[in-house]
Design a protein around this ligand. Sequence first.
Ligand SMILES: Cc1cc2nc3c(=O)[nH]c(=O)nc-3n(C[C@H](O)[C@H](O)[C@H](O)COP(=O)(O)OP(=O)(O)OC[C@H]3O[C@@H](n4cnc5c(N)ncnc54)[C@H](O)[C@@H]3O)c2cc1C
Ligand code: FES
Length: 255
Amino acid sequence: MVRIDTELLSKRRVAEGYFELRLRWPSGAGAPAAGQFLTLRARGGGDPLLRRPFAFASHDAAEDEATLVIQERGSATRALATLEPGAKLDLLGPLGRGFAFPERGTEPVLVAGGIGVGPVLFLRASLDAAGVASRFILGARTAALVPESLLPRGAGVEVRTDDGSLGTRGTAADAVAALPRDARVALFACGPKPMMAALDRIAAERGWPYQAAVEEWMACGVGACMGCAVPLKGGGYSRACADGPVLDGRLVKWD
Ligand SMILES: Cc1cc2nc3c(=O)[nH]c(=O)nc-3n(C[C@H](O)[C@H](O)[C@H](O)COP(=O)(O)OP(=O)(O)OC[C@H]3O[C@@H](n4cnc5c(N)ncnc54)[C@H](O)[C@@H]3O)c2cc1C
Ligand code: FES
């Protein structure tokens, strides 16, 4: 992990309220893995004071670039949405534990819900680069919230929308539930808690491994404050920033 001053290379809108930031990621900063994150703030303004966490959506070592996919939610993300290329960024990363590659003989099924799409896209690209085929399922409320230009090309890509305005009507979890029960699936996911909880129920019922990237509130971002505690079914907590953000989804108490 290093703190770096870097710059924004480009910004583009990818869905309603979602934008992609492409930034310079110097090779000395280390190669991020899918599921890892950085904390970020724009330099020069007093607000926001705190860095905010965002997952890597891609990393290109040859070009020294990385991307993030961000949804406008509050003051920090609204401020990031107004940045122009050349803006100075203050980053800390790569942070946390990313996804582990699936065991041989399992079929990786990658599930993204809403703004959870970034780390799942990165995992898909990492598996592609390693020659590992995967299924990619994206769930969104409606077509306007689907970042179509970012979706992976190739086989095994499925979109589900709650209102049926794009792809099949239904949820990403419905698509997972429709997979054959005896398939040797390894689940990987990032998305809203109801989706993550539904995948946990399916994984538990079918004995499938389930790696879940959680997106808890964070303060320090480096394991020092317990501000990001994730409750576990067996009692106790994991720290999203240091033990995760990728955790064994079957151990997390989702509701
Ligand atoms: C490991 C990790 C990875 C993340 N990756 C991404 C990413 O790739 N893209 C992305 O857009 N966001 C991501 N987030 C969430 C992102 O950090 C928050 O959206 C951001 O900090 C909000 O800052 P803000 O000042 O704009 O909003 P605030 O004013 O702080 O909050 C505005 C609203 O957003 C909601 N909110 C804020 N933070 C979170 C959160 N962590 N989880 C759920 N709801 C939240 C709150 O309900 C609040 O009402 C990630 C969070 C974590 C912990
Ligand atoms: S945010 Fe401080 S321990 Fe995770």
